[in-house]
Design a protein around this ligand. Structure first.
Ligand code: PGA
Length: 323
């Protein structure tokens, strides 16, 4: 069998994305170039690796065996690359991180600072919804993932590193914007804009409502913090969001934080990886970096958040981190 490394990389991309065009885009190649290489690979193997049914492509049995082997080979090469860098005492090589959508408001800042200190690290940051992040964690696809609330049944090692403060927000013109100590019951009667089911933010709110024996009747379900902010600013309703996501809107006085009993909710962001996972040097260094530096690095980014948040929301966290 005559196989080249480039063919294996190409095959991995097509098999993972189940799409020739997207694989070609990912690898900066043309689609015919990808098809020709896959055809050559199939000729070498002597069996088709993909089959097309309707518009979708599937891996054949031979394709599945090949996919497993290719993942092993490419994974082994990555480890070897990391080992060589380790031996050279260089902190570099790939660093794969997946983060839940709300973490996009601070992770790029942390990663940017880290890359300035360690320019030989090759970052792969993926921002996706919580369900996918958990799936990637289970499949060990990343060096680590960043999320707030961690599922109880996860066989994972978790490192809390930054406070995640959830606040109730409304448009500054909202009648409750100037009220003090608003009971949660009163919030339950408002038009609530909620995140998609499965979101960590939504789960935190649901837990609080259940604890207070209140029911949430979502007025609208919107799939991102950005969509919710637009809804809040447009006066469609009120919502609960992470303080980090509100930096610009608070600075511009486009939203107000409501003084609601039981709020702010305080949690932590966690860096998470499977138990027993051997972290690469780059991943270990990044982990140490965020545990040590994140609060101070984000101080400037969050200065105006603290200024515009309620006294309660601005107070530093006390006691042990909660999950
Ligand atoms: P999410 O993140 O609401 O964007 O899912 C928060 C979390 O993981 O707890």
């Amino acid at each position: 069998m005559h196989l080249t490394l480039q063919q294996l990389r190409l095959f991995e991309s097509v098999a993972r994305l189940r799409n020739f065009t997207r694989a070609a885009e990912e690898l900066f190649l043309t689609q015919p170039a990808v098809s020709i290489q896959i055809k050559r690979l199939e000729d070498s193997v002597g069996l088709p690796l993909f089959e097309q049914i309707g518009k979708r492509i599937y891996l054949t049995e031979a394709g599945q065996a090949m996919y497993q082997a290719v993942q092993d080979v490419l994974g082994r090469l990555e480890t070897m690359k990391d080992e060589v860098l380790n031996l050279q005492g260089v902190i570099g090589g790939p660093l794969r991180i997946s983060v839940v959508t709300t973490a996009k408001y601070f992770m790029p800042h942390l990663l940017g600072a880290f890359l300035q200190a360690y320019p030989r690290v090759e970052p792969h940051l993926s921002v996706t919804n919580r369900e996918k992040v958990i799936q990637r964690l289970t499949e060990n696809k990343d060096d680590m993932v960043i999320m707030g609330h961690i599922p109880d049944d996860m066989n994972a090692e978790t490192h809390p590193f930054l406070e995640n403060t959830l606040v109730v927000v409304a448009s500054p013109q909202h009648p409750l914007a100037r009220s003090k100590r608003i009971p949660l019951q009163r919030i339950a009667e408002e038009r609530l804009l909620v995140r998609e089911s499965g979101s960590g933010t939504r789960q935190a709110v649901e837990r609080l409502f259940v604890k207070q024996q209140l029911e949430i009747n979502p007025y609208m379900e919107l799939g991102s913090s950005e969509a919710i902010k637009q809804g809040v600013m447009a006066g469609l309703g009120i919502s609960v969001l992470s303080l980090y996501s509100l930096r610009l809107e608070l600075a511009g006085h486009h939203v107000s934080i409501l003084d609601v009993e039981g709020f702010p909710l305080r949690y932590h962001w966690h860096a998470v990886h499977l138990k027993g996972k051997k972290l690469s040097l780059a991943a270990r260094t990044f982990l140490e970096f965020i545990l040590k530096e994140s609060s101070h690095l984000l101080e400037n980014t969050t200065a105006n958040v603290k200024q515009y948040s309620t006294d309660a929301a601005a107070k530093p966290a006390r006691g042990k981190p909660r999950r």
